[in-house]
Design a protein around this ligand. Structure first.
Ligand code: AMP
Length: 285
């Protein structure tokens, strides 16, 4: 028998459904997405299922996290295929709110995140981004009131920003990170990979290769500044326009103290018109 999956577009109905789950003692997990689902998203759904009996997946392309120059209009939308994949993956509810529910005409309240949201990484290239993300994620959490919410480490700064927001605002959902799912050649899966031309797709795995190489060198005791300088050159020579390649404290995302051991190496670069991001853990002894 195929899994019963409810597509919900009405907020009162979403709240009733979640309340029913809770009434019989079933834990609820939320997986926020913008659709155009790939195996990375589906791995979050599977992680959510391991932690909670019921899984709500939201699909909403959030206009406030895109700058006017970015790809909101052309962002891939594959709703029917997404629903089929979520049914297969065992999700219980697709929360697909109309824009009027998320941003009614008289909407005026926005979250202004700081700390990890002003670390000088994604926020440097996309100053509007984390305000949009935290506002929409806060709404999604308050709409679905999940026990846990699962986010990908692929968007590592976002994971830290959302964790901080939930803590600061006393939102009673546990924020959980899940590992990045990659193509066989190491490229992190992303809905935006669909924009890459064949040539660009062949170049794209370099980003992850450089991350791994730099992480290995730093873990082996090489000086980070020199390793990063070489890494930046390799990325530029590989045909990318680099936004950043930075080593940060894995928790605060601030520049790491000399004795910090849990680090994260993060990169963002453009390949043609497509902006790619990736990151890996670095453990210094
Ligand atoms: P998006 O639809 O791009 O907003 O992503 C929705 C969620 O999926 C976010 O928590 C992302 O971090 C996560 N995600 C996107 N790509 C991957 C991936 N390759 N591996 C794991 N999680 C991912």
């Amino acid at each position: 028998m195929t899994h019963k999956l409810r597509v919900v577009r009405d907020l009162a109905r979403l709240r009733r459904q979640v309340a029913q789950y809770r009434k019989v003692g079933e834990a609820v997990a939320l997986v926020p997405t913008m659709g155009a689902l790939h195996d990375g998203h589906l791995s979050l759904v599977r992680a959510a299922r391991r932690k909670a009996k019921r899984v709500v997946v939201s699909i909403f392309v959030n206009p406030t996290q895109f700058a006017p120059t970015e790809d909101f209009k052309s962002y891939p939308r594959t709703f029917e295929a997404d629903v089929a994949a979520l049914r297969e993956a065992g999700a219980d509810v697709v929360w697909n709110p109309p824009v009027e529910v998320m941003y009614p005409r008289d909407f005026v309240t926005r979250i202004v995140p700081e700390g990890p949201a002003t670390a000088g990484l994604e926020d440097a290239s996309r100053p509007h981004f984390f305000g949009g993300v935290t506002t929409i994620v806060c709404k999604l959490l308050l709409q679905s009131l999940p026990d846990i919410a699962v986010f990908g480490e692929k968007d590592y700064q976002q994971l830290k920003v959302v964790t901080q927001m939930a803590k600061d605002l006393n939102i009673p959902s546990r924020i959980v990170g899940a590992p990045t799912v990659r193509e066989k050649d190491g490229l992190a899966m992303s809905s935006r990979n669909a924009y890459l031309s064949q040539e660009e797709r062949a170049l794209a795995p370099l980003l992850h290769q450089v991350l791994r190489d730099c992480a290995g060198r730093i873990e082996a005791g090489e000086r980070a500044a020199g390793v990063l300088a070489k890494g930046r050159k390799t990325i530029a020579r590989g045909g990318f326009v680099l936004d950043y390649l930075e080593l940060r404290d894995a928790e605060t995302l601030a520049p790491p103290a000399a004795d910090a051991s849990a680090l994260r190496l993060l990169v963002a670069a453009k390949l043609g018109k497509t902006r790619l991001i990736d990151n890996v853990a670095v453990r210094r002894k």
